[in-house]
Design a protein around this ligand. Structure first.
Ligand code: SF4
Length: 183
């Protein structure tokens, strides 16, 4: 019997070294170790994002080195830099093109709050156009701060109700004319 907050169960009395688990645990475990980021580099913070991919910080230790420049192949948008109103619309469109489930990280003061730019041209936080899962403070944040945020995102993914969300998505798709329903 697996408890609600336990991810695996092992019973030595069962022949054949059987480990039982919950579907949520398996799906979340796979998802959180294969996050493919969409690098939305808009200003100086993007340099730190690039550094996180280099050998010194090595984001591939977390299975996240596969930066994708197509929204159809990415599931985590990392917004790194100042978001102008001109780009806000583009960010929203790219976010909508990403498949579910998807997550957003706001990297740095500018992406999180507009930073020092209290101007008519700057969006005061990217969470006005897309739902943000993790915010990273700093101007710019160091690559370690981004890695810490990605680990927090992994924790968040690990707590999601994957099966329930999948069923809900399928119900919405089933009610949508012309949509393709998944397994
Ligand atoms: S938070 Fe600082 S480093 Fe990052 S984009 Fe804004 S001004 Fe540049």
């Amino acid at each position: 019997m697996i408890q609600q907050n336990t991810s695996v169960g092992y019973d030595s009395k069962v022949e054949g070294e059987v480990i039982v688990t919950r579907a949520d645990s398996v799906i979340n475990w796979i998802r959180k170790h294969s996050v493919w980021p969409m690098p939305m580099g808009l200003a100086c913070c993007a340099i730190e994002l690039m550094a996180a991919g280099g050998s010194r910080f090595d984001i591939s230790r977390f299975g996240m080195e596969v930066m994708r420049f197509s929204p159809r192949q990415a599931d985590c948008m990392i917004v790194a830099g100042t978001v102008t109103y001109k780009m806000a619309e583009v960010i929203r469109r790219i976010y909508e093109q990403m498949a579910e489930p998807k997550w957003v990280v706001a990297m740095g003061a500018c992406a999180s709050t507009g930073g020092m730019y209290r101007s008519y041209a700057t969006l005061q936080g990217v969470d006005r156009v897309v739902p943000v899962d993790v915010y990273v403070s700093g101007c710019p944040p160091r690559p370690e701060a981004l890695l810490d945020a990605m680990m927090k995102l992994q924790d968040k993914i690990g707590r999601e109700n994957a099966v329930k969300d999948l069923k809900a998505t399928n119900e919405v798709l089933a009610a949508t004319p012309g949509a393709r329903v998944g397994a």
